[in-house]
Design a protein around this ligand. Structure first.
Ligand SMILES: O=C(O)CCC(=O)C(=O)O
Ligand SMILES: [Fe+2]
Length: 333
């Protein structure tokens, strides 16, 4: 609590007046992405808002992003129909090997899945990966493919804006981002039951890419902003997408932006689906702190690492770090 609010709180207690209520949660920034392709003044304001949201909150919601409602609903339907298949059908994709191009699981072997089943697969470039995707439900490849291509497009727009806002220029890393990893996680959570005390579907963690773009069928995502030690619930605004900063953007920005800790809680009213699309560089490409953001006052904070390094790191380090990026800090104890 800031000092001023703290002292007011104390004063009101002394005089016997009821304590001040806690401040209401700050609403999450909602960014109109259409402004990025308008005139240069509108673009400059949108870039400023995006970088400010990344810096101060680690996340924001986007509207007017150009992905149609039918495309978003199609992806949620395809995911929901996949999870409704028989266990036998879904388990065709079951594997303990995190390097498989597609993987279905229901348990907490990853250390964070408390109560979720998931299907994870790669998506960019689509032609390389779609052959691994389910053929049931019959529309899965078409609907999820359309959504994946659209989110990859939005991720490029967002990265260009963020890199411009960091002073690196909109075409910084452009080719590497275009050919980079897009990793799609479909998550399926049961409705919370009155009997089970534990309402956590997915334990707190950060994502390892540059950005995650998340679509949720109903509320359940919670985020913890950098300065807070409380959870903020992310509303499921119709038509909006949620975006948050991942570990590799923290590295690239040399700590100017911080990856966001988030979790999923079970929804008391319904089962819930979320689709997280994680965007980064290709498997073996190392991400380093941008040289342009390192100087004598801002020494390099992290060592370089690739997506591949993350996959190597994960099995032996489950639950050791909430944020993978902490393991990359040069000054870590
Ligand atoms: O289900 C959610 O809202 C969060 C999913 C998530 O954090 C993930 O897949 O990495
Ligand atoms: Fe996540």
């Amino acid at each position: 609590m800031p000092a001023v609010a703290g002292s007011l709180y104390m004063a009101s207690q002394h005089k016997g007046v009821p304590p001040l209520p806690p401040p209401p949660p700050r609403p999450l920034p909602v960014i109109n992405l259409g402004r990025l392709t308008m005139d240069s003044a509108s673009r400059a304001l949108a870039v400023r808002d995006i970088v400010l949201a990344c810096r101060e909150r680690g996340c924001f919601e986007v509207v007017n992003h150009g992905i149609s409602r039918s495309c978003m609903n199609g992806a949620l339907e395809a995911a929901s129909e996949f999870f409704q298949l028989s266990t036998e059908r879904k388990e065709e994709f079951a594997s303990d090997d995190i390097r498989q191009p597609i993987r279905y699981d229901t348990s907490s072997r990853d250390g964070i899945s408390m109560s979720r089943s998931f299907l994870k697969h790669y998506a960019n470039p689509l032609d390389d990966w779609i052959k691994f995707w389910p053929t049931q439900p019959p529309t899965y490849r078409e609907k999820m493919g359309e959504y994946a291509v659209e989110t990859q497009r939005v991720s490029m727009q967002l990265m260009e804006a963020i890199l411009q806002g960091l002073g690196l220029g909109p075409s910084y890393l452009q080719e590497k981002l275009e050919g980079g990893v897009q990793f799609v996680a479909l998550n399926n959570y049961p409705q919370s039951s009155a009997k089970k005390a534990d309402k956590i579907g997915l334990a707190p963690h950060s994502d390892y890419g540059f950005l995650t773009i998340l679509l949720q069928s109903s509320p359940g995502l919670e985020v913890m902003h950098h300065e807070d030690d409380a959870w903020t619930s992310v509303p499921a605004i119709p038509g909006a997408l949620h975006v948050h900063v991942g570990d590799h953007l923290e590295v690239l920005s040399n700590g100017q932006l911080k990856s966001l800790v988030h979790r999923a809680v079970l929804n008391p009213n319904e089962s819930r689906i979320s689709i997280a699309s994680i965007h980064g560089l290709s498997m073996d490409e190392e991400v380093h702190c941008a040289e342009e953001l390192v100087d004598e006052h801002h020494p390099k904070m992290y060592r370089g690492s690739s997506f591949q390094d993350f996959l190597d790191f994960l099995p032996a380090n489950m639950n050791r770090y909430k944020r993978y990026v902490e393991s990359l800090r040069i000054d870590k104890p």
